[in-house]
Design a protein around this ligand. Structure first.
Ligand code: BJW
Length: 248
């Protein structure tokens, strides 16, 4: 196993599936039960905010009951036990990487346990249910009035990235992709951009080893040098074990 200095790990819903959080595009995934245009677009939220709040309230409750699994634990172990810089770029809005012990996590699609207001974009931690009447406790009356959007005066929305919105922290993510020497993609179908394009970004530099660990081949599988298929709770710990023991 070569010596790596900078490891970037892209994760998706598949790493949290065995913690009981639903994926999106699998046979029983969230997008088979919900129309993504209704619950994961700004237009859907504008049309029916109560419905979107109910969708995220249920997922928040589910997350509060969930626990990190052996896949999350293994990535935290990797960060602890190798000398390399390990960055997890996650598309997931859950906090299971952090709860497993990973300390360098970038949430490109936001965080389920945060909300923000429409008026001043205050972001705050949030574990309770949310509804259209929940006001932003940080907004002043002037701030609310300044939005010019009467129906959104200081009201709150989930701090997540919907289709058509710009993902978060891209200015931190691209430098990571451009300087890593190992890129792992774990538990993602590779069907949502810009994350689906990260493998090409990494390959364009031509210096990083690339590996996909997933239940099944993703849409971008042909672009990865190494492919390992199986449940995240099995393949990720095995991969990390080999990695860590080769270094010791
Ligand atoms: C297991 C497993 C187990 C199962 N073990 N594995 C054409 C080209 C380029 C872009 C576009 C385009 N057409 C449209 C776009 C834009 C659009 C897009 O990509 N659309 C596609 C449908 C084509 N993208 C956007 O709008 C994004 N914004 C954007 O592009 O802004 C422009 C911009 C970019 C950059 C800089 C400046 C400007 C925003 C995308 C927002 C996505 N939001 C969601 C919801 C977030 C909140 C929430 O969670 O509710 O993010 S949608 C949903 O999909 C969620 C996920 O993060 C994301 C990815 O899903 P993921 O994680 O891959 O899950 P699945 O279910 O798809 O796959 C799970 C995988 O796990 C499977 O492969 C299983 O096999 C596997 N698995 N069990 C291991 N036990």
């Amino acid at each position: 196993m070569p010596y790596y200095q900078h490891i970037v790990i892209l994760t998706g819903a598949g790493i949290s599936a065995e913690s009981g959080l639903g994926t999106f595009r699998d046979v029983d995934g969230l997008w088979t039960k919900y129309d993504l245009n209704e619950v994961a677009t700004p237009q859907g939220f504008a049309r029916n905010p109560e419905f979107v709040h109910a969708f995220y309230n249920a997922r928040r409750t589910n997350l509060l009951e969930a626990k990190p699994n052996a896949g999350h634990d293994a990535l935290a172990r990797l960060e602890r036990e190798v000398e390399a810089t390990v960055t997890v770029v996650t598309q997931n809005i859950d906090n299971l990487h952090e709860r497993a012990g990973s300390t360098n996590v970038i949430h490109m699609h936001g965080e389920l346990l945060k909300v923000r207001c429409h008026a001043a974009h205050h972001v705050m931690a949030w574990e309770a249910d949310l509804d259209v009447n929940t006001p932003c406790s940080l907004c002043t009356e002037e701030g609310r009035a300044a939005t010019g959007i009467p129906e959104h005066l200081g009201s709150l929305r989930p701090h997540v990235v919907w289709f058509g919105e710009v993902p978060m922290e891209m200015d931190r993510i691209y430098p990571e992709l451009n300087t890593c020497d190992l890129f792992l993609s774990i538990g993602t179908s590779g069907s949502v951009y810009p994350a689906a394009g990260f493998i090409e970004e990494v390959r364009s530099r031509g210096r990083a080893h690339t590996a996909e660990l997933n239940l099944e081949p993703s849409e971008g599988q042909s672009l990865f040098a190494e492919k390992i298929y199986g449940p995240a709770t099995e393949v990720v710990p095995t991969y990390v074990d080999k990695f860590v023991s080769a270094l010791s």
